[in-house]
Design a protein around this ligand. Sequence first.
Ligand code: AMP
Ligand code: ZN
Length: 457
Amino acid sequence: MDIRLYNTLTREKQVFSPMNPQRVTMYVCGPTVYSYAHIGNARPPVAFDVLFRLLRLAYGEDHVVYAANITDVDDKIIAAAAETGRPIAEITALYERIYREDMAALGVIEPTYRPHATEHIEDMVEIIGTLVAKGHAYQGQNGVLFHVPSMNDYGKLSGRNRDDMVAGARVEVDGGKRDPADFALWKAAKAGEPAEARWPSPWGEGRPGWHVECSAMAKSVLGETIDIHAGGLDLIFPHHENEIAQSECAHGKPMAHYWLHNGFLDIDSEKMSKSTGNVKLVHDLLKTYDGETMRMALLSAHYRGPLDWTEALLAQAKATLDRLYNALRRMKDAEAADIEAPDGVVEALCDDLNTPQALAELSALATEANKSSELAWPRLKGQILAAGRLLGLLQRDPDDWARGDASDAGRIDALVAARVAARKAKDFAEADRIRKELAAEGIEIMDGPDGSTWRRI
Ligand code: AMP
Ligand code: ZN
């Protein structure tokens, strides 16, 4: 079973070959826990959860070690604490809990490790010390900086040339930087900053920079070189580039062999941003949509491409799940064969996590199940469930899923009744509006002598 993954570092799809198939290692940059996660933030954990499941299938459940960190020290967290007057630890514990609940609702399985930045400060100090000793870092006015020109192949991940990097960094030339591209490893504590956010170091009290947090956590829980390192596209530069610089200059070996990046999620074709007010929080969306429907929507596009989050996308995801669960419901009384996910689904995922193709294969199985005789049900049910497990879908009792439909039926009944009432009151515009609203959901109202009924078309 060859797994091919697109590697940002080599800019090509490569056959995945772990250093040690008994211990395949993967690290995904996690959230900074000072507020709710938005649906874009859910894309990396969901996409790489599918990779985690695929690797477990290929190498065995106990042979894949997956770490996804929690960034619980950061300028934004300190700012949130100052703004609300609440202790930092209270804020980070609250939003970490909510994050984990949100991810569980999206069917994300717990990573093997969830390292917290605050638990690894000594490891960060150690890496910074090594970098200083090796001449890759120096003390500036406000802490310790990594000296970018000290690394020959700096920029290899993002492919940015020096002029681009310097242009991006010029705005913040200060603090005794020797080169405009140099970046912070250790930030000296400023007057008035809380005791909770400062730690001792050979360079005075302060806190680590964001990039070195991941270098230290990846090393501590997984090792100096790991197989896969992943995150969103926006992390390629500077975050991952700087992680590479720190880890490779400190340890003298590659930080990771495969670098994977997911594309961005937009809302109604627009970039999600606080300024346009179109930020959709996972926590809020879960009040309206089922977590499994949201996961299906996230997996409907290839992880590297863009994903446009719209009402239509969610309606489509729900309809796809309805169809799959209906096929399972039809085969309710059959005993599922204990078989592996069908080749077509596994092959699609092995091709750089092609989830749209895997879902098409799953859909074809449902079509087959709807046409087949009971003799084929044990195999088909077994295959659909195994494919669902690999994708993190379809593990609910199909009757439970249908009961979700039943409450949907209650809502439709209420709309149909409202339309009858509107007609009685000669409010034909309102009656027409309701008819159109239901038609948009694929529901047809049938008016008969005994009243109005409806059906899905
Ligand atoms: P942040 O909390 O901003 O560091 O983001 C956490 C993770 O979410 C990172 O891996 C980001 O690359 C990713 N991310 C943030 N916004 C989006 C988005 N709109 N679409 C996809 N991924 C995103
Ligand atoms: Zn990171």
